[in-house]
Design a protein around this ligand. Structure first.
Ligand code: TPP
Ligand code: MG
Length: 327
């Protein structure tokens, strides 16, 4: 189904909120001593927004370390995300984990793994549960281009294909795995080409075009829901900042390359489309900017005024209670 103008404006708002949230954290990282080291998704926002916009609330998403937008669109509030970055008790995860490994069972967000690629088999397990429960829910998992070289990726995709599981594998190909350029570790043109080895569709999309991402993922979701099995959607994009905020100098890539990709900004791309087609005015654009900026202000205030967790909570939710109770 084609996206409506209302959908486009909603996606634009999510893109803008994600951008503001990420920029604010980068600004405040050292200034305010935010304990979590930011791994910014600036430049890649269209992947999470396009893939998660239009999912059902009962679909389950497993984000990657850089899928800020997925957490936002799935409903983890900016306050709870910011508080997680500050290590506060009010954060998703109650101060026990970084914001890129946070989860929320009610909202359908699986906590990601700190092990690159480790979340892919987990998300395939979620899809296996959905199939065994005879539901039409779908599991969507995000991971980087580097993660597609891990054994987890290959084992998980094979299992998903053999069992025709309802999972959509979304690769955020930002051209680098930490300091290594993709040409140094991928001997083929596309990560999506690997799908052929597992007999599932492999689709390449412009990861800076939120509508293209949305359409490709929605098609894959429909296939999964109908019982036709998994897909691999590769979104070609680029991270504007270093691997993390401690990636000083970015000596492994040329400044010119970064500047070229900045011209393909996903937020600007949609803004230009909306303005040139008369869907929104410059004034509405400014209103959205002001609105999301206030949302981020409130998130920072909330995080900074929240308490740290009580030390007595240290083991809470860290271990499951053994069957039969504690001995
Ligand atoms: C198994 C494993 N190896 C190395 C790391 C350290 N590490 C964290 S993120 C990362 C880069 C991952 O690259 P990619 O999958 O492309 O994701 P991106 O950071 O580009 O979003 C590395 C090497 C890790 N967390 N786990
Ligand atoms: Mg990468």
């Amino acid at each position: 189904m084609p996206v409506s103008n209302e959908d486009l404006v909603a996606m634009y708002r999510w893109l803008t909120l994600t951008r503001h949230f990420e920029e604010r954290v980068c600004d405040l990282q050292f200034q305010r001593g935010i304990p979590e080291l930011q791994h910014a998704s600036i430049g890649q926002e269209a992947v999470g927004v396009g893939a998660c916009y239009g999912l059902r609330p009962d679909d389950v998403v497993t984000p990657s370390l850089r899928t800020r937008a997925a957490y936002l669109v799935k409903g983890i509030s900016p306050e709870r995300q910011m508080a997680a970055m500050y290590g506060k008790a009010t954060g998703a995860g109650r101060g026990k984990e970084t914001s890129h490994h946070m989860g929320d069972r009610e909202l359908g967000v699986v906590a990601g793994s700190g092990v690159v690629g480790g979340s892919i088999p987990v998300a395939v397990g979620v899809a296996l549960a959905f199939k065994l429960q005879d539901t039409d829910r779908v599991s969507v998992v995000f991971f980087g281009d580097g993660a597609s070289n891990r054994g987890d990726f290959h084992e998980a995709l094979n299992l998903a294909a053999v069992f025709r599981l309802p999972v959509v594998c979304v690769c955020e190909n930002n051209q680098y795995a930490q300091s290594m350029a993709i040409a140094q570790y991928l001997p083929i043109a596309n990560v999506a080409d690997r799908a052929a080895g597992y007999g599932m569709p492999g689709i390449v999309v412009d990861g800076n075009d939120v509508v293209a991402v949305h359409d490709a993922v929605q098609e894959a979701v429909a296939r999964a829901r109908a019982g036709d099995g998994p897909s691999l959607v590769e979104c070609k994009t680029y991270r504007w900042r270093g691997h993390s905020e401690r990636d000083a100098g970015e000596v492994y890539r040329a400044r010119e390359e970064v500047e070229e990709w900045k011209k393909l900004c996903p937020v600007e791309k949609l803004r230009e489309r909306l303005i040139s087609s008369g869907v929104i005015s410059q004034q509405q654009v400014e209103e959205i900017e002001a609105e999301v900026s206030q949302i981020v202000d409130r998130a920072v205030e909330f995080a900074e005024s929240s308490p740290f967790p009580d030390p007595e909570e240290a083991l809470l939710h860290a271990y499951a209670t053994p069957v039969g109770g504690l001995r």
